[in-house]
Design a protein. Sequence first.
Lengths: 288, 323
Amino acid sequence: MRPNSHRGTIFLEEGEILQRTAYEGEQYLLRLRAPACAKAARPGQFIHLRCQEALPLRRPLSILRAQADWIELLFRAVGRGTRALARQPVGARLSLLGPIGQPFQLPSSEKPVLLIGGGIGIPPLVFAAQILHRRNHGRVFAAFGSEIPFPFAPKPAEFLVSGLPPDVIAAMPLLEDWGIPNRLASQQGYPGCFSGYVTDLARRWLQSLEPTAAAQTEILACGPQPMLAAAADLARAFGCACQVSLEAFMACGVGGCAGCAVDVHTAQGLARKRVCVDGPVFDAHQIF
Amino acid sequence: MQTASAPQLGLDFCGLSFATPLVLLSGCVGFGEEYTRVQGFSHREVGAVCLKGTTLAPRLGNAPHRLCETPGGLLNAIGLQNPGVDAVIRDILPRLDFSETRFIANVSGSTVEEYAEVTRRFDDSPVDAIEINISCPNVKAGGVAFGNDVRMSAQVVAACRRATKKPLITKLSPNQTDIAANARACLEAGSDAFSVINTLMGMAIDIERRVPVLGNNQGGLSGPAIKPIALLKVHQVYQVCKAHGVPIIGQGGITSSEDALEFLIAGASALGIGTALFYDPLICGKINRGIADYLRRHGLDRIDPLIGSLRLHGEFTGDSCDQ
Ligand SMILES: Cc1cc2nc3c(=O)[nH]c(=O)nc-3n(C[C@H](O)[C@H](O)[C@H](O)COP(=O)(O)OP(=O)(O)OC[C@H]3O[C@@H](n4cnc5c(N)ncnc54)[C@H](O)[C@@H]3O)c2cc1C
Ligand SMILES: Cc1cc2nc3c(=O)[nH]c(=O)nc-3n(C[C@H](O)[C@H](O)[C@H](O)COP(=O)(O)O)c2cc1C
Ligand code: FES
């Protein structure tokens, strides 16, 4: 018998809501006390959360960041589960399973890293930025896009980024604090934002690099499917590696039901892999 | 008053010793090791684990979406995704820890011959028993098409019976008019036990796009929503089984020890836990403790006296429609 190394890696906790912040566009930031999950969490992983007693099936939500004994989530209320979650008050206790899934592989400091996040796909990339900051990775750029107001107050960037129009100055304060250059994109004409797709903003940055540096870049992306496809195309155009984080409807969240399968193109041909435990992070070139 | 010794939850199921009456259900726990990811989860809390439905050749399964939550339940249309029987025996069974629990293979096919061949290959493997799924609603050929036809059901059972000496469990479909008649035919064909019930066929519709939510259009409904149906079906099959001492794994919507006890009283010897694991991965310990508490309160030291202990109001007619 070969014991499985994955045993006991996911924790079941009663997460108490410590903080709750509402943003425009039905977006919410929750801080939950979940010590075991917080300790083990890595960027790209998610939790499977019961939003409400009356809705027993859990909902998957990415970990925005983890610190001490808490984790943070950023979500948009879009349906029954997330709307119920949005109504939960500070102090409420919610059953959560986590951390779950294959995290982003964070490259060594020689390789440039390009983080591309769209809408509710931004959270795992904020977590990745935090860890890259802790590792003193000096060559990171983050491009975040949203078509509804950003769930934070953008501020003028301190860090210069070459290759961008001079009026593209809006940045995410948290990443600025960590010293990670970043810019925001939108088609809604928000002040200081790059006007267009977030992947076009990312392309400008890649174009500003030496071709060899561009080809060494590791792209990490999470967001809507068309954005991920565009990120994969971008990676192909510049010859760089790309990891994408996918979404799927889930039941168990631990690999038991095969309900969350997606098509993956492997060397052996088409396979269907589980987003919860084989993903959510996959090699973009095997998906698109 | 509490008795000194703890009640005994273990049982003999077709000659296999089950540590508790709980059985983790096919399709809900992958190929056995998946839930061990959860800290605190232990296979020692269950009598057996049924592996995912397995066919002769590998199957990719259905296109997404494969799941949809419904009030009190879950629709699924996985489509029997599995790597094929040979890969299961070669790559998966050696990784399972048989000291922790019993492992039961779950067999599917599109022809009688395929059922028999998959059963034959599992016969020559370490699995403890074989469950034949003649009730899968999510594949076009075989599955429920066999399970809803009494003659075909019996043919599949007879062919599998010839292919194995291991305990043979037939998983019956609730999507049929007379489950008792089917159970009788399968019993005569050599089934050692029954699983009652598999999922009920259902559908969910995306009203904005006017398309079914599931990629397969329809799916199998599980969870608390189907429990009353499952209880009645278990009791109907129990009427057939009791004289022969043939045990039933009662299943369909069990999420608490109270649910589990209802199934025991209706005639089940073992209790399947599927969808409830999605709600609470550590539910089995809670259900075991709840059953033990009940036994203590009723002055019982084991579950046997409960099985089929239902006291009916008058005679059980089985199929009457009393609206
Ligand atoms: C790995 C992963 C990480 C995610 N991270 C975030 C995040 O950080 N922030 C955020 O706002 N959202 C995130 N999502 C999406 C989030 O899970 C869905 O918005 C949520 O499940 C919708 O549930 P609902 O009941 O509100 O919506 P409904 O539409 O009522 O949901 C009905 C059912 O469909 C499922 N479903 C619907 N949309 C999705 C979807 N996009 N992905 C998965 N299941 C879905 C639900 O889980 C539920 O079972 C993530 C999804 C995955 C798979
Ligand atoms: C996602 C999912 C997949 C399933 N796959 C199988 C399968 O491969 N073979 C089988 O015999 N039953 C399968 N079933 C049926 C279950 O084993 C069980 O009979 C049914 O779900 C009722 O129990 P429950 O309400 O406790 O889940 C599946 C059920 C679910 C929810
Ligand atoms: S949600 Fe069950 S396998 Fe991924």
